[in-house]
Design a protein around this ligand. Structure first.
Ligand SMILES: C[S@@+](CC[C@H](N)C(=O)[O-])C[C@H]1O[C@@H](n2cnc3c(N)ncnc32)[C@H](O)[C@@H]1O
Length: 438
């Protein structure tokens, strides 16, 4: 059974808003939200970063300082808005890493006040090493916790206690925590101890069911601890950069109200599917109005709208939706409408500015057809373009493909060992895109 918490009178909840949070946040009233968690991408105006994995280390074509400053300039007005919507006793969690954490702390001290700083939580995890690396592996993130008030905030110690080891229990006698310190006389809380400010939690593993194919997905266990510790049942949890919706899932699981904002329509669809599949929550306006279910608002495109827009606009939409760059020339595209530059191909120090990406040779062609039945001749043309450009992988976007077209894609792979990935508009709008791209 799906649990439903009471709807808020102040603000619409159980809602995903698609759009830039700087435009969506002004719709949320002052002091209406109890807990905010954000996990913004370091370089947030790059859609493809979301889909093509950890771009961060590879972005050396941009000056580090300039990009840190750009990041802070981007984040500051958003954090000011988030501070505004936070209730007087509410809490704010900012998830970041070594790229900008020190600068973020200074910025948040200015917005919230130094005495409102509660914790610097270090989330530690492990992962594979890199051969030849000349420094320690960077395997932790930082989560800054600020409370809106400097004196009063929610902290549910009992909801997050970690059970004591049997050995510890044998040595210590139960009682009230903190009232003793000598071994054998030390009194400890029976139901476990409050966790330290460093958390050892495994990253959402690709092999496990929890992994949705979204590269920046955070583990549910991490969000569950934050939500349980810093909010109560029925409280409103807001994630303004919510990706595939881990914070929303944690809020729903623990019977909180929630609001999610994300600029990527694909992310919004991925998380809607997650809430439906994993929480059994119906996506239905009528049920939502009657206090059950959830809705997604402000999605920019529907399949119906996309059928009607001019072809070049459609091509742009499709290529950008994949994180690619549309061809500048609108005629004579020779069978290629756009290019995707996988992040792994970014040169370490080419000295090229963004916009000079043409110099890179690793790119995947994208072909777009605003039609229903892409047939074998269309695929043949794209294959010719891929052979001419010596590309090993390409994307073909349309409303639908005939079975002959799909068979030809298969044969092309057998013949030439080159991959064409057919993508339907529905897949881009709906849920399966992220999985197909990783
Ligand atoms: C690092 S991901 C968040 C991952 C999330 N914590 C999870 O576990 O799935 C950051 C998200 O912020 C979104 N984003 C970037 N800029 C945004 C903006 N201006 N407004 C709203 N969302 C934005 C991206 O589309 C991306 O999905």
């Amino acid at each position: 059974m799906t649990k439903t918490a009471r709807p808020s009178k102040l603000v619409d909840t159980r809602i995903i808003l698609c759009g830039d949070n700087l435009e969506q946040l002004p719709k949320i009233p002052n002091e209406s939200v109890d807990l905010i968690y954000i996990d913004p991408p370091f370089n947030s105006n790059r859609n493809y970063e979301v889909f093509w994995g950890e771009a961060r280390e590879k972005r050396s074509f941009e000056d580090r300082h300039a990009s840190t400053q750009a990041y802070l300039d981007f984040m500051r007005p958003r954090c000011v808005e988030l501070h505004r919507v936070l209730r007087p006793e509410g809490s704010f969690f900012f998830h970041c890493d070594w790229h900008a954490s020190h600068y973020v702390k200074v910025m948040l001290d200015q917005i919230f006040g130094e005495s409102h700083f509660r914790n610097e939580i270090v989330w530690c995890y492990t992962g594979p090493g890199s051969p030849g690396i000349k420094q320690f592996l960077r395997k932790h993130d930082v989560i800054f916790w600020y409370s809106k008030s400097s004196t009063k905030w929610t902290f549910n110690a009992d909801a997050v206690r970690i059970p004591h080891h049997e050995k510890t229990k044998a040595n210590y006698k139960p009682g009230l925590e903190g009232s003793g310190f000598m071994e054998a006389d030390h009194v400890i809380h029976e139901s476990g101890k409050v966790p330290e400010d460093w958390w050892n939690i495994a990253i959402a593993p690709r092999s496990k069911q929890e992994y949705l194919g979204y590269p920046t997905q955070k583990p549910l266990k991490l969000l569950d601890r934050i939500v349980r510790a810093a909010s109560n049942e029925n409280d409103i949890v807001l994630d303004a950069f919510c990706g595939c919706g881990t914070a929303l899932r944690a809020a729903q699981d623990t019977n909180r109200q929630w609001i999610g904002i994300d600029i990527s329509p694909t992310a919004c669809r991925v998380m809607a599917k997650r809430l439906r599949d994993e929480c059994g929550l119906p996506e239905n306006e009528k049920l939502w109005l009657s206090g059950r279910g959830f809705i997604v608002r402000d999605l920019p495109w529907t399949e119906e709208k996309l059928r009607k827009i001019p072809p070049f606009e459609f091509e742009n939409w499709a290529v950008i939706a994949l994180g690619g760059i549309p061809n500048k020339a609108q005629v004579g595209d020779m069978g290629i409408d756009g290019r995707i530059y996988p992040i792994s191909s970014m040169p370490q120090s080419s000295g090229k500015a963004a916009g000079e990406l043409d110099f890179m040779d690793v790119w995947y062609p994208v072909q777009v057809k605003q039609m229903d039945k892409v047939g074998r001749p269309d695929i043949d043309k794209f294959e010719a373009a891929m052979m001419r450009e010596r590309r090993t992988k390409g994307f073909f976007i349309a409303f639908d493909f005939t079975s002959e077209a799909l068979r030809e894609i298969d044969q092309f792979f057998r013949r030439e060992h080159r991959i064409i990935i057919p993508l339907t508009v529905r897949e881009i709008l709906e849920d399966s895109l992220a999985k197909k791209l990783v």
